[in-house]
Design a protein around this ligand. Structure first.
Ligand code: TMP
Length: 203
């Protein structure tokens, strides 16, 4: 028995958090047992790595090694056991974020990231990935209204354009796994797109 693994991606300020809650409500109403988690994070070790990752300066390779180390702990101790019990796992960001931020944003070699992905995931992949796609200028406005910026959120528009392009490349490489959501739409409009994608799968 294996549960469903659903991930949520997009540049900072795309508005995914609100919709993760909406997906959780929808699936719970359908009787699913849920595990909600996030990356980097999701275990005590990975949450400690998250703090370092978000607040210390480091180069792109160090970033990649840290997020994949956190992911390894998270997959082994939370994600894989939950899926094995038939639970549905909702994860706020996963490996696509490493390709987008460290690959696209920081210019890390895509093949190196692919090797880390294979080592860490051992063949496990999300069943569905929601990509909240929005113009980086719109996302920057939303971030400015919402909260104090962490280390990555302070980066410039060109960085987020590269992150967005890398998400697009990942989506094109896995068209059945990815669902692109137009996150420039209203909250209600985005919610409707998300629920429609679930219903289309009978979830
Ligand atoms: P969050 O604010 O959505 O929790 O994400 C934390 C930050 O970490 C966000 O700016 C994206 C970044 N990130 C990476 O750079 N690489 C990764 O692999 C992950 C999972 C997140």
């Amino acid at each position: 028995m294996s549960g469903r693994f659903i991930t949520f991606e997009g540049i900072d300020g795309a508005g995914k958090s609100t919709h993760i809650e909406r997906v959780a409500r929808h699936l719970r109403q359908g009787g699913a047992e849920l595990v909600q988690t996030r990356e980097p994070g999701g275990t005590p070790l990975a949450e400690s790595l998250r703090e370092l990752f978000l607040h210390r300066d480091m180069d792109g390779l160090t970033e990649a090694l840290l997020v994949f180390a956190a992911r390894r702990d998270h997959v082994r101790n939370v994600i894989a056991p939950a899926l094995a019990q038939g639970h549905t796992v909702l994860c706020d960001r996963f490996t696509d974020a490493s390709f987008a931020y460290q690959g696209g944003g920081r210019g890390m070699d895509w093949q190196v990231l692919g090797t880390l992905e294979r080592w860490v995931q051992e063949g496990r992949e999300p069943d569905l990935t929601f990509w909240f796609d929005v113009d980086p200028a719109v996302a920057a406005q939303r971030r400015a209204q919402a909260r104090d910026a962490d280390r990555l959120e302070q980066l410039d528009l060109a960085f987020f354009e590269r992150v967005r392009d890398a998400y697009r490349r990942r989506a094109e490489g896995s068209p059945t796994r990815f669902v692109r959501i137009d996150a420039g739409d209203t909250i209600e409009g985005v919610g409707a797109q998300v629920i429609a994608a679930l219903e289309q799968r009978g979830w």
